[in-house]
Write a protein that binds this ligand. Structure first.
Ligand code: ZN
Length: 108
């Protein structure tokens, strides 16, 4: 009987804990992705200005793989430079209305 109680309590704790751990991991990965993208954006824009180069997608992809070791995005999102911003295909840091097209409120 006591063992059963322990098992039941453990299960309840797991049910509560696992989603919040996943949430923490997701938030951490999103944050890491954002930081890497901001860093890349800064060095890339500085490079464009100092070398007097116009942005092109090919040049950006070369620059990215030459300057950054490993993945920018922990979720392996596709990294691109669009409208003066480094963006990730997995993580969106804009809370504009176009991101909420599924009608869900994020972060709840
Ligand atoms: Zn990402």
């Amino acid at each position: 009987m006591e063992l059963l109680v322990v098992i039941v309590i453990t299960c309840i704790l797991l049910v509560i804990a696992v989603p919040s751990i996943n949430g923490i991991i997701e938030a951490t990965e999103k944050k890491a992705c954002e930081e890497s993208r901001l860093q890349l954006e800064r060095i890339y824009e500085t490079h464009l200005v100092t070398e007097d180069i116009d942005h092109s997608e090919t040049f950006f992809q070369d620059f990215k793989s030459n300057r950054i070791d490993g993945e920018i995005c922990p979720e392996k999102g596709e990294i691109r430079y669009i409208e003066n911003e480094v963006v990730c295909s997995v993580h969106h840091d804009h809370d504009g209305p176009e991101e909420n097209d599924n009608g869900e409120v994020p972060y709840l």
